[in-house]
Design a protein around this ligand. Structure first.
Ligand code: FA5
Length: 348
């Protein structure tokens, strides 16, 4: 038997088979056919027993070397097939970086949120806590405990959306004052701000909305004075509008504060000259404030002979309008992206 010739014939057949194989699964079959247990090469081993002893090692070694060589040919082909498969996959999945990208505009905080956070930062820096309360509120907390008993004429100042006889959409953030004082049990000093939505049956116009936002502030302690309130409001105005803007404290009336006043800031649209936005007055009212009425302190469990407090309620939209020169409050609520996009993150 000419072993070398047989091996050479198998090698030729194997190389032909490898040329026509282009899938790993088919390569497995070729492997089985040429180097597996049932391969012709393996079957040749059976002839070993017929050989003289001195020829047996060389015979076995030649077959084993041939098998190793065949295996290396198969492995090389396997690598080629895998590389080709990868090349095809990469070509299919190739990303054309020159294609225009889809227009995913990143979201950004609404301008009102930015204004609230700016005010919150200021007050947190002054040691205030931020408290929140429900938008559906009881008549008792929205009005009665704020020195506004049922049928009090001053209820007309805040025309309300009632849900039942005793429940309404809160007309201001002041009930959160009451909630906090009651929770503190009339004993601890209070220093809070309360941002949130409020609702009134106001006719919508350039400066009024039936839904708007307020930030309430309340400080109750044993040595709180009107001077503290003035200093605090000045800090708010300077933070929001800079040192140049003029502020006017106008005596006013709120049933829950005594004395009470409203704070106006010069109109950003006309700088105080008078225009449509400020209804020709030159000023826009941004907040109401005052010293907490004794009846309110007492109703919340605080001894009014020991404790005094000041409170204020800031109109968030009004602040935003003045700061960013927005001429109509309705822009905040129609969600026109052309408006919203001008104030990404509060930067105009
Ligand atoms: C109040 O709501 C009082 N609770 C504020 C207060 C708190 C006074 C604590 C004293 C002590 P007033 O109704 O004035 O007050 O509203 C406060 C601010 O909310 C106004 O100065 C104004 O900036 C804003 N505001 C009032 N009504 C509207 C409206 N319809 N649309 C937009 N902003 C409004």
């Amino acid at each position: 038997m000419d072993l070398k010739k047989i091996i050479s014939e198998h090698e030729t057949k194997l190389k032909d088979a490898l040329k026509s194989v282009d899938k790993i699964e088919a390569l497995q079959d070729v492997k089985a056919q040429f180097v597996g247990k049932k391969a012709e090469l393996s079957k040749l081993m059976r002839h070993m027993k017929d050989l003289p002893n001195e020829e047996k090692p060389a015979f076995g070694q030649t077959i084993n070397e041939a098998k190793q060589y065949f295996s290396s040919l198969i492995e090389t082909r396997k690598t080629e097939i895998l590389e080709e498969r990868l090349r095809q996959k990469l070509a299919q999945e190739r990303i054309d970086v020159t294609l225009p990208a889809p227009d995913f505009s990143p979201g950004s905080p609404h301008l009102l949120r930015t204004v609230i956070e700016t005010v919150e930062d200021l007050f947190i820096g002054m040691g205030y806590l931020v408290k929140e309360g429900p938008e559906v509120e009881s008549d008792e907390l929205n009005f009665e405990k704020l020195n506004l008993p049922k049928d009090h004429p001053a209820r007309d100042m805040q025309d309300s959306f009632y849900i039942t006889d005793d429940t309404l959409l809160r007309t201001h953030t002041s009930p959160v004052q009451v909630r906090t004082m009651l929770a503190y049990g009339g004993k601890e000093p209070v220093k809070i701000i309360c941002p949130g939505k409020v609702y009134r049956r106001d006719d919508d116009d350039a400066t009024h909305s039936h839904q708007f936002m307020q930030i309430e502030g309340l400080v109750v302690d044993t040595d709180t004075s009107l001077a503290d309130l003035k200093g605090t409001l000045l800090a708010v105005a300077q933070k929001m509008f800079g040192k140049d803007r003029r502020i006017v404290l106008r005596p006013s009336y709120f049933p829950f504060t005594e004395p009470s006043f409203e704070v106006d800031v010069t109109c950003s649209n006309c700088d105080g000259a008078g225009c449509n936005m400020c209804k020709q007055t030159g000023y826009i009212e941004i907040l109401g404030a005052g010293m907490v009425h004794n009846n309110v302190l007492e109703a919340a469990g605080y001894d009014s002979t020991k404790y005094q407090g000041f409170a204020f309620g800031i109109g968030v939209e009004r602040i935003a309008m003045l700061k960013y020169g927005i001429d109509d409050i309705r822009h905040f609520y129609v969600n026109d992206l052309r408006f919203n996009k001008q104030f990404k993150g509060g930067q105009s």
